[in-house]
Design a protein around this ligand. Structure first.
Ligand code: ADP
Ligand code: MG
Length: 305
């Protein structure tokens, strides 16, 4: 492309919400044959909300929300925010947790004060919240509660994220949290397929939820229960198979994959770390801008404006 057409392409991009960080990004975007997309915050809006609670024997719905919110108070995760918001909407007290520890891509553990202790000798319980594997790793027995397992499965099939809760080593119940799919996602995926680009959705979420969301937006392939560090490994594997790969993501955990990809596209509504790791910023978060980014690149290389 001539310097003039690069300038024109960059300017047209900026006006339509596509910020190219380099001339190279503009020139190569149309060569991409595979696009890897993050689910939460990229294909979905990224503002999950609590929709349902299923309590195990001996626990109430209120106890579950209260306990989960207290334990999650120090977490920055969107799921944590959904739980804390639900507790405050319902006017429930949020206790101050201590010894908070986060297990990226799995959940958190924390100690939560409970009544019955004295000032000198406060009582607290250990709370574990996260995906099913985290509770399995912590040796929490969830087999006794068939009804909850069934409810969780039903919710997951509807595309909800299921968060599991354990208190003092006992399974306490599950929370169903829903994140809306962006209205633009389905159209953008279809437009990419028309350009013979294949699509792959990655998520740390469970299989059931991931496949429901993946089917709804129409991506070619879904990989669920992906650990944050594995996103970049998957991009690299595709490159080693000879693909020219773009990655679209919004989170801190997407940054290594954005950097590894031949073309990294960050959703502008996402984290600064993702934006800094990317070659292109999609200002609005509308995924159709990714299609524009590719079309502008093709037009630039043909010197067509
Ligand atoms: P995604 O790839 O969808 O952005 P993450 O990798 O952040 O998801 O997390 C993967 C899964 O781990 C979540 O779907 C959830 O089940 C669990 N998880 C992670 N962090 C938390 C948290 N703070 N509270 C509860 N569950 C969590
Ligand atoms: Mg995300």
């Amino acid at each position: 492309a001539t310097p003039l057409s690069v300038t024109i392409g960059t300017g047209r991009g900026a006006r339509t919400g596509v910020l190219y960080r380099s001339a190279e990004a503009l020139q190569m975007a149309h060569t991409v044959d595979t696009i890897v997309l993050d689910k939460t915050g990229t294909l979905t809006v990224g503002r999950p909300q609590l929709e349902g609670v299923a309590a195990a024997q001996g626990f109430t719905r209120q106890q579950i929300i209260e306990t989960a919110a207290g334990a999650e108070a120090a977490s920055e995760h969107p799921l944590a925010k959904a739980i804390i918001e639900a507790a405050s909407v319902e006017g429930l007290p949020i206790a101050q947790a201590s010894s908070f520890s986060s297990i990226t891509g799995a959940g958190i553990t924390a100690m939560l004060p409970i009544s019955g202790g004295s000032q000198n000798n406060p009582k607290s319980v250990e709370v574990i919240i996260g995906n099913r594997s985290l509770l399995v790793d912590k040796n929490i027995d969830m087999k006794a509660d068939e009804a909850i397992a069934h409810q969780a499965e039903t919710w997951a099939k509807q595309g909800k994220t299921i968060v599991y809760l354990a208190v003092d080593g006992h399974f306490a119940g599950v929370l169903s949290i829903a994140d809306q799919i962006k209205p633009s996602s389905t159209h953008a995926i279809e437009a990419l397929h028309k350009r013979h680009i294949s699509t792959l959705m990655l998520t740390g979420d469970n299989e059931g939820t991931a496949h429901t969301v993946g089917n709804e937006v129409g991506v070619d392939q879904v990989i669920a229960q992906v650990k944050p560090e594995d996103k970049a490994t998957i991009v690299k594997a595709l490159q080693q198979q000879g693909h020219t790969v773009a990655m679209i993501g919004d989170g801190i955990n997407d940054a290594p994959a954005l950097a590894q990809a031949d073309l990294g596209l960050a959703v502008g509504t996402g984290t600064d770390v993702a934006i800094e790791s990317a070659d292109i910023t999609l200002v609005s978060g509308d995924l159709n801008a990714a299609v524009t980014a590719i079309d502008l690149s093709a037009a630039t290389m043909r010197n067509i404006h």
